[in-house]
Design a protein around this ligand. Structure first.
Ligand code: PMV
Length: 309
């Protein structure tokens, strides 16, 4: 069954849109799909936790994005695709890219077209352009490839990174839907208004992403945690954090996390906390303030492309 991964961005969101490094990791959940050739028009059914979100071919963004992926995959023939997604949308967890990669793989399978990870990620970018205008491509790359990757926009290849141990992360959801598009647009406006300050912020994030990759490879979690806090501070200076994201990060640090930051577009959505040996304490602290969370073990073999059926 075609599959694709949801993800967390460990370092580098927003700066990656402007050519800096991002560092992202696949989650052990995402989207699955199935497709078959049909007569007549192509159809897309989208379900989240088995509940129908979208059915058929309405005249809206989903239909346009579906058309873009059908064209990008290539081959011909109408297809009927069903996708099941296991992460909330608008939460900064790469739900949309996971849907797009699972969709592209189902279309390719039904049409008998070969589609490697790089092409699957390109198909996700075609889908993402409809919804969020200027995607860096990091979500599509990790959705297609899985594992832990270092990514730079425009580079032909992605760089897989092997963590020096399993990274115990807690993911906390504010419950507030975030719009990646409006956050990316807001950062672009700040860049146009104060280029010298914002470019320096992006450079700071870039340095953190590169240094963090080394620390993660070596399993130096204390350093990684500190860099997460710094990355979060720089994202806050770009005004993509919210009160709820701040509360989640503070509560996690108070409960023993080594570092915490928002993940993804911000403006709501999720935060992550690095909490080796403290995941239960962090989840309990979040529960106490009404925040739902889960544990993600980054670097465990289950979230690599090789583990896919
Ligand atoms: O909110 P998400 O999961 O789509 O993450 C987007 C990451 C950004 O850097 C904000 C945008 C992008 O295209 O890279």
């Amino acid at each position: 069954m075609p599959r694709a991964f949801a993800k967390v961005i460990l370092f580098g969101e927003h700066a990656v849109v402007h050519g800096r490094t991002a560092f992202a990791a696949a989650l052990d959940r995402g989207a699955t799909s199935s497709g078959r050739r049909v007569e007549g028009a192509s159809r897309l059914d989208l379900r989240a936790w088995n509940k129908v979100v979208f059915e058929g071919q309405a005249d809206d963004d989903v239909a346009r994005a579906f058309g873009a992926v059908l064209a990008e995959v290539g081959g011909d023939g109408a297809v009927d695709v069903t996708i099941d997604v296991q992460v909330p949308g608008g939460a900064g967890l790469g739900c949309s890219a996971a849907i797009a990669v699972a969709l592209a793989r189902a279309i390719a399978e039904a049409r008998g077209v070969a589609l490697d990870d790089r092409r699957a990620a390109e198909c996700a970018n075609a889908w993402e352009r409809v919804f969020h205008g200027n995607p860096s491509g990091v979500d599509g790359a990790v959705a297609a490839h899985g594992g832990v990757i270092k990514f730079r926009r425009g580079e032909a290849s992605i760089h897989p990174v092997v963590p020096g141990g399993v990274m115990e992360l807690c993911v906390g959801y504010t419950g507030e839907p975030s719009s990646t598009k409006s956050m990316v647009e807001s950062v672009a406006r700040q860049l146009a208004r104060r280029p010298e300050v914002v470019e320096r912020t992006f450079d700071g994030i870039d340095t953190l992403a590169i240094k963090a990759a080394e620390a993660i490879k070596a399993g130096r979690w204390y350093e990684v945690g500190q860099m997460m806090d710094l990355n979060h501070a720089l994202l806050t200076s770009l005004m993509v954090s919210t009160e709820s994201l701040e509360r989640i990060c503070h509560a996690a640090r108070d409960a023993g996390a080594m570092g915490a930051k928002l993940t993804g577009g911000g403006g709501g959505g999720c935060a992550i906390a690095l909490a080796p040996g403290k995941t239960d304490a962090v989840l309990a602290a979040w529960k106490g303030i009404g925040i739902e969370g889960f544990v993600a073990r980054i670097g465990s073999p289950i979230v690599s492309r090789e583990a896919m059926p």
